[in-house]
Design a protein around this ligand. Structure first.
Ligand code: NAP
Length: 278
């Protein structure tokens, strides 16, 4: 029940109507009987929103598209990982100070680490945007050998230079596939409504590869389907979403995230949405 002691959390972004964050965090608060509530705020101007957040005494919030980078200039402190990513997806309010963090790194790396140690693994990352940045940083921290491929090669080169990893033209990926241990799609290719698209030729995928697709609408992308058929171990994009939310919940509450209920409500909602799309 909401009362005058209820702690407030939320997500700021635009658009925000389809955010799964209120569902996942409120279900977790309810499960652990935490007196807290989580709302979605459609925010156009981050600076104004920050002032309102301080004024209303909101305890913490998630930050999503398009504010993950812009918000950084308005925060009092940014932790070192978020600084390296160059993006903040979580803000905690501590002693009236706004502190920025990034849980996308953990969100991407934890599900992979559950399958295999990453040290020394050859990882091909397709994409060089915001999500790829968090993934590449996480992989570098785990001492994986990363090669970035991207439609616009100059973006791959820039990201690779920043994190001291390799970059190669997307056209040569197929010829190098034999050496790849883990293949990661960090582009929107395969996302609803273009669900029949693949970020690489089918022939690239080998049985020995672990295939991670960060797209989670649909829940099972064509890339994941093809990889499963070839006998690969797979990590669907929803795992990244869930793992970043678990980390966020633990920062918000200081309690261990009730992962079963969080997973259950998100999968149920995504399946429902998928049914409505088809
Ligand atoms: P972003 O910053 O806009 O970067 C998009 C990247 O994908 C760029 O490298 C871009 O290449 C490439 N790309 C875009 N359209 C392409 C196409 N048609 N063919 C080939 N490459 C294409 O986006 P982002 O924030 O990194 O997000 C990327 C995807 O990840 C989105 O679908 C997003 O929903 C998903 N995502 C999932 C999670 C999760 O929790 N599972 C978290 C974050 C993001 P250029 O450089 O050539 O433009």
């Amino acid at each position: 029940m909401v009362d005058s002691n209820t702690k407030w959390f939320g997500v700021i972004g635009n658009p925000i109507e389809h955010s799964l964050s209120p569902l996942i965090h409120n279900s977790a608060f309810e499960k652990l009987k935490v007196n807290a509530a989580y709302l979605a705020f459609k925010v156009e101007d981050v600076k104004n929103a920050i002032n309102a957040i301080k004024e209303f005494g909101i305890s913490g919030y998630s930050v999503t598209i398009p504010h993950k980078v812009t918000i950084m200039q308005y925060l009092d402190e940014i932790d070192s990982l978020a600084k390296k990513v160059g993006a903040v997806n979580t803000v905690l309010v501590k002693n009236e100070k706004l502190i920025g963090y990034n849980t996308d790194v953990m969100g991407a790396i934890n599900p992979l680490k559950e399958i295999t140690p990453l040290k020394g693994k050859n990882v091909f990352v397709i994409g060089a945007g915001g999500a790829a940045r968090a993934i590449v940083l996480g992989l570098v921290n785990e001492h994986a050998k990363v090669t970035i491929f991207n439609r616009d090669f100059s973006h791959a080169q820039k990201l690779a230079k920043e994190f001291s990893v390799s970059s190669k033209e997307i056209g040569v990926l197929s010829a190098l596939a034999e050496d790849c241990d883990i293949l990661i799609n960090a582009t929107p290719v395969g996302m609803y409504p273009k669900v029949n698209e693949l970020p690489v030729d089918e022939g690239v995928i080998r049985k020995k590869m672990i295939v991670f697709d960060i797209v989670y609408n649909p829940l099972e992308t064509k890339l994941i389907r093809v990889a499963k058929k070839k006998g690969c171990k797979v990590v669907p994009g929803v795992e990244m979403f869930l793992n970043q939310a678990y980390a966020q919940f633990e920062m918000f509450t200081g309690k261990k995230a009730p992962v079963e209920i969080m997973r259950k409500v998100v999968l149920k909602e995504l399946k429902k949405r998928q049914k409505n799309q088809s």
